[in-house]
Design a protein around this ligand. Structure first.
Ligand code: NAP
Length: 422
């Protein structure tokens, strides 16, 4: 009697449509273009995905980290994935166990995926992108995905303030959300998702938009169950044509006592160190300043009780002083508390400056901080700044007589370099 050929089983990489906030990070990260999207879902092409895991650590929600066993010749096609509202169950013929299994898993993806969502404090873990895949060793434990599209939490707007000057079209808002008695634990560096009301042209509810939290863990107001976000009103598309951003305009127009639907929190690596003598280098542009405000305010509160004694160095880029969010409050911080470096790119009568130019100018000071294992670096803002900032850090390392590839690798494996750009 002929033995049946063993059925090949594949661990198919899939994106959970219920958790995904459609931020495009996975599609941008995938080195083999296996990820694409339509107006409904982000999907993975099983015939292209090589389980390299590059997309998993940067995903803010963990929606990317799903692996379902399927018969290799019955992998879910893209058309199915585009239509899903939830992940499917494992295929029935695999559940029934009627096939001999030959696991066709081309990499350590499954093992790695199990640890990638909670891999804090691990040392020596390699990183795929420019930044670390792990949080700083001393970071506090973050809670993630407590509230999802299916069970969002309702928050009340208790403040909506403009943080850019009046004499500019750039309308950036500091919005404070209160959670009343609902637990919503967060850490500096995490983000939340906002579900804007309404539906797209095909009648589907709008998906969530992600915003970094701009307040420290103990509340925008200390010991209050609230948090803040920094939102820029979008009035143009990427080509400069007029376009009203759905969620940003909804948020910027909110009034006190309005309610919003919130999901999250998200993020388990872009977290601040939690020890008193840590140093923090913060590099940001525009609204990428939100997590830097959260970290700075955390340190300011701690420093009052001498519970933070490290150094803070900030490189902050905006077109003009008027367009730089939080300019007033930032300038009122004591110079011996934070070393502030502002890069203004379109200030009349002044040369164009980017954050990377200032990092190069301050190369000696940056290098002396880089040398300390107590120093963590955070980069947040425009995608375009990433390359220039890394070059500037390389310049600082070289000035100090160190090999950048070695310094860079050490920063990444020690959870000390964190990059979040869009
Ligand atoms: P923006 O006003 O467009 O730009 C801020 C500054 O960055 C300007 O001075 C700009 O200069 C400069 N810049 C442009 N290209 C650069 C480059 N290659 N290297 C260095 N600097 C460069 O910024 P924005 O509109 O506020 O955007 C901030 C970004 O942060 C957005 O991509 C947003 O998605 C992201 N973000 C937001 C949040 C949030 O919670 N809201 C959180 C994380 C990240 P010029 O324009 O004069 O060239």
């Amino acid at each position: 009697m002929n033995a049946l050929a063993p059925a090949k089983i594949l661990k198919q990489h899939l994106i959970d449509p219920e958790i995904c906030i459609r931020c495009n990070t996975c599609e941008e990260t995938c080195p083999v273009d296996a990820i694409s999207h339509d107006s409904n879902n982000y999907v993975v092409d099983a015939s292209i995905c090589n389980h390299c895991m590059a997309c998993v650590p940067p995903c803010p929600t963990g929606a990317i980290d799903n692996w379902i066993k399927v018969l290799a010749d019955k992998a879910y096609p893209l058309e199915d994935q585009f239509a899903w509202e939830a992940l499917p169950a494992e295929q029935a013929d695999i559940d029934a166990g009627t096939n001999e299994e030959t696991i066709e898993d081309t990499s350590a993806a499954a093992d790695e995926s199990a640890s990638s969502q909670d891999g804090f404090g691990l040392d020596g873990v390699p990183s795929t992108g420019a930044g670390s895949r792990i949080a700083p060793k001393s970071a506090a434990h973050p809670y993630v995905n407590l509230y999802t599209h299916k069970n969002p939490v309702t928050a009340t707007v208790v403040g909506n303030y403009r943080v850019t000057g009046d004499a500019t079209d750039s309308d950036i808002r500091h919005i404070v959300l209160d959670f009343a008695s609902t637990s919503f634990p967060i850490l500096e560096g995490q983000s939340i998702g906002i579900l804007p009301p309404g539906a797209d042209s095909s009648g589907r509810p709008y998906h969530a938009r992600q915003y970094s939290i701009a307040s420290p863990r103990d509340g925008e107001r200390p010991r209050y169950n609230n948090l803040s976000i920094t939102v820029k009103r979008v009035t143009n598309d990427y080509d400069g044509n007029p376009a009203q951003g759905i969620c940003s305009n909804y948020l910027c127009d909110l009034k006190k006592n309005d309610t919003v639907q919130v999901i999250g929190p998200f993020g388990n690596t872009f977290l601040m160190p939690n020890h008193a003598d840590a140093n923090i280098i913060m590099i940001c542009t525009g609204t990428g300043s939100a997590p830097m405000r959260a970290m700075t305010e955390r340190c300011r509160r701690l420093s009052k009780e001498m519970a933070f004694t490290g150094r803070l160095m900030l490189f902050f880029g905006a077109r003009t002083q008027r367009e730089l969010p939080y300019f007033g409050p930032l300038m009122s911080l004591p110079q011996n508390f934070i070393d502030i470096n502002l890069a203004l790119s379109r200030e009349h009568g002044r040369p164009k400056r980017y954050v990377q130019d200032l990092i190069k100018e301050r190369a000696d000071d940056v290098f002396s901080l880089l040398e300390s294992d107590n120093t963590c670096i955070y980069v947040c803002g425009l995608k375009g700044m990433e390359e220039g900032v890394l070059e500037a850090l390389e310049h600082a390392a070289r000035q100090g007589g160190k090999s950048w590839p070695e310094v860079h690798a050490r920063l990444k494996t020690q959870g000390r370099l964190h990059v979040e750009t869009y």
